[in-house]
Each structure stands twice: as C-alpha cells, then as structure tokens.
Design a protein around this ligand. Sequence first.
Ligand SMILES: Cc1ncc(COP(=O)(O)O)c(C=O)c1O
Length: 379
Amino acid sequence: MSLPITQSQIPPGIIDLGAGEPHQSVFPLEMIHRAAEERFSQGDPSFLQYGAEQGDGYFRLALTKFLSRSYGLPMNPEDIFITAGISSALDLLCTLFTQAGDTIFMEETTYFVAPRIFADHHLKIIPIEMDENGLMIESLEENLKRFKPKFLYTIPIHHNPTGSTLTEARRARLIELSQQFDFLILADEVYQLLSYTDDSPKPFAAHTGAKAENIISLGSFSKILAPGLRLGWIQAHPKRIKRLVTSGLLDSGGGMNPFTSAIVRSAIESGDLEKHVHYLIETYRPRLQKMDMCLAQHLPDITYTIPKGGYFFWLRLPRQIDAIELRQQAKAFKVDFRQGALFSSTVGSQNHIRLCFAHYDEEHIEEGILRLRECLKTR
Ligand SMILES: Cc1ncc(COP(=O)(O)O)c(C=O)c1O
C-alpha cells in the first residue's frame, strides 16, 4: 500500500515546471536539527504548553529583529501575531472580519487556492484587473463605485502567478483608497524576502503603524524555510491584533504552533535563518537568469516580463494556443506547467502559462524548456 506523504507528487521522469513548492533539496535539515537540539537542551518544557495567544513573546522578539534587519524598518513585537502560515491566516481573517455574502476584491489573476478559502466563507469575489505593474488602480476605483468590499486580497510583490510588483505610486494610492472607502488590505507578502535585485519596494508591513489601521501584512516561513513548519505571521495595527488575539479559536487552542515557533526562534537567534535566506537568494537568482536565457533562446515567440524575485515566470503564448490543450499534449513530452486559466476567476488568461524557476536546478530548467519547445513545435 502506498500512502500519500506530501501534497505534491511529480510523476517520475516528468519535469514539472509548474511546481510552485520549494524542492526538498533546499530544505535545511541540519539547521532545523541544530535549532531543535538547542531548544531541547534548555531543559525548559514551556514550549510544549498551550502558547500565548499572540505567539510566544521571545519568538516574536526574535522575529521582529530578523524582519527589521531584512526589511530595513523599525518594527515592534506588539504588532506581530503568529500564524500557522498564510493560508490559515487568511481563513482566520475571513472568520473575524467577514460574514457570508460579503463582497471582497481580489486580483485577476491570483494565487489559485486563495479563492477556495474565500469560497469556504461564502464571500462574493470581484476581480480587479492587473498589468505588468500589479493591481490597476483605475479598475479598483471603478469597482469601488459599485461595491463595498470588506477587503482586498493582493500579492503586491513578486506576484503568484504573474511575477509583477506593485509600484510605489500605486501602493500609496491604494492605501489612500482603503482609508477613504474603509476596506482592509490583506497584503500577501510571502515572496518579499525573496527579492533578487536591490530595488524592491518596502513591504506593506512598513505602513501598519498608527495611521494605517486597514493594512494587514501576511508573512510566512513556507518559502524562506519550509512549508511543513506551518508557521507565519501577521503584522498589523494593534486594534486588528487585539481582535485576532480575542478570537474563539485562540481562546480555546492558545497561540498557533508554539512548538515550531520555539525551534524557529533558535534558528533565528543563531543567525542561521538569515544565512539560509541568503543561500536561497543566491540559489534562485541564477535559476531565474537561466530560465530567462532559455526562454529567449528556445521560445522566441513567447512574451513575458522578467521577474525580480519570487518563483514565477508568466508567459504569454501566441494567441491561438490554448494552454489547457497544450498541457495535455505536454504529457507526451514529459514536461508540465500550469495553465493561466487556473489563476483566473473569469476563465481568462487562456493563452498564458505559469512556470516556476525555483523548483529545479539550471540543468533541469534547460531540459524542461527544450521539451516545451518540442511540444510547441507540434502546434
Ligand atoms: C502567494 C502565496 N500565498 C500563500 C502561499 C501559501 O502560504 P502558506 O504556506 O504560508 O500557507 C503561497 C504558496 O505557494 C503563495 O504563493
């Protein structure tokens, strides 16, 4: 009998350029082992107890120092709430800040499983258009004339799937609009720390201070350490943190993942996490460059904007090619990807595909693109 052991399983022999999770080879097994040993050696079993609702204070302090250095921003542990990752944070935010039937805004296109969470809460989703600079403010303003959203869910940096980053000017206008029309901005900043150039905008976390009550910045260890940890954080105004901390879920179960938090605390305090993020950046940057080179060389009819971080290339195929059909054909060439329509709530982006440059090494990236070229030759 074979039992499933991970969420994603790539069939043997296939190069799945669509796979959006880190490859197991980058998981720092030794580092987590060291961190756990350090924590267990302290003789303090408190991390096996129900945890403080907001998250362990020492962990929040360590995380705040790490984020302050990485973001280049002053930060306060009181503005941080520990989560079990962004997915669970979104679920909790929907529970606390929406009711069934409420309207929310989301980018067209978006991280394809987020709408599943919103659907579980019976929310009405209105898509907001995007271009290569992220969410389009005109589309947002148009929709604000007709709808009153509880929140906007946005991926403002190194977007999944498009790779785009919201410009500073759009960020400023978005914040103004959120105040004027009183909706929350749920900024999914999962790829903020995976920036491969020096010109990335500061995270929305920079604006969660006294004035910006409507901004909720979501972070996660899934892409900078390991998704199996199920650990992340929310950074928000104290008023929002207070609501999170007083939820029934936390009241009953205590803070999220105190055990994992304690281990990750050691990894932060030793400086290992910072080194690991550096290693990831140095690993992924050449993969991005390799994918760009291979696409330009082998698939000249395809257009795209080069991403500056994160995981993804978003390719526009020649107009007549339907990505779902292409994906069927690609099976014979032992290559896979994700069709654009998967990320669309309007069944748009039919001639787009998402490729991930982070999952495979350079050799596999080239081989995958060559297989894709052979598949496209049949069209
Ligand atoms: C944009 C985005 N948000 C959230 C997640 C999932 O985050 P977590 O593992 O913290 O739930 C992913 C994972 O691919 C993602 O791409």
